[in-house]
Design a protein around this ligand. Sequence first.
Ligand SMILES: NC(=O)N[C@@H](CC(=O)O)C(=O)O
Ligand SMILES: [Zn+2]
Ligand SMILES: [Zn+2]
Length: 346
Amino acid sequence: MTKITIRRPDDWHLHLRDGAMLQGILPETTRHFARAIIMPNLVPPVATVADARSYRDRIVAAIPKGDTFEPLMTLYLTEATQADDVARGKAEGLIHAVKLYPAGATTNSHGGVRNFDKVMPVLERMAEIGLPLCVHGEVTTPEVDIFDREAVFIETVLDPLRKRLPELKVTMEHVTTADGINYIRSATKNLAGSITTHHLIINRNAILVGGIKPHYYCLPVAKRESHRVALVEAATSGDRRFFLGTDSAPHADPLKECACGCAGCFTATNTMSCLAHVFENAGALGKLEAFASLNGPAWYGLPVNEETITLVKRDQPVSYPAKIETGAGPVTVFDPMFPLHWAVED
Ligand SMILES: NC(=O)N[C@@H](CC(=O)O)C(=O)O
Ligand SMILES: [Zn+2]
Ligand SMILES: [Zn+2]
């Protein structure tokens, strides 16, 4: 097959930042994607419905002329989050999920949750009104090895939480391990997982072999190859519990190429080319639409997009910029380390 048409995709986990960075990188998403779940880890975080409303307005103002794009806003769960505020945000159609960052787990997560008892009233209300909780699923205990943090989170935090509140819908964000995939598969309801572009392509060698490669460093950190294979298997299976969340997370190059580089891979520009490659290799191009365009809306209770995009396989590798120049500095685009032949037709 050299051509495939699918419903226009959505991105169920995206970092757009703010100001000059937002302005510079938003076109990379709106070119192909119709909607995205917008991560709230700004500084300060998007913690209230009022914050989310004004952030949405700033995003909408930055959409390039001629593109249509709907930001689906989320709230950053803190120990001060008010259940009534969250419920109002959902009722007005603004808020589509609440995001749980264990305190200290990742970029801008210091305001996250330390004591789960403090957020139970909010989680109970979310269960009542059917609002999903998106979780960055890693423990932050210093004794736990960074490569084990997802598996330990499932066992010590997520599973107990789901037993305590089985009616709560939980999205395990950016699943990186076979443990995460198996845990999602074992649940009969109220659990789904997003999978990133880069975790389908790289394993941990990409970060460490032949010199340290900061542009492959993200959180959760990429794991060993057997985990990547499990992710590809889940993503390409058509199973409705798995969908695309790119976790495209721009940081200006100087903040990544330094002694203490930020976590995040920027994949918005070439995600659809990368995915077509991965799905074709798995003999599953026919499942790409489920992963990128159908399973996410079903989970979030939204209609699928009516427009379509067409991917064509070219003889020559497709070219895309190595960096996106933004007013906040250059952002390096994810390099899959193999040529991409699939292009989205204009
Ligand atoms: N994924 C990352 O490595 N970084 C994200 C935060 C996150 O999603 O954990 C960021 O905001 O930069
Ligand atoms: Zn995260
Ligand atoms: Zn993220």
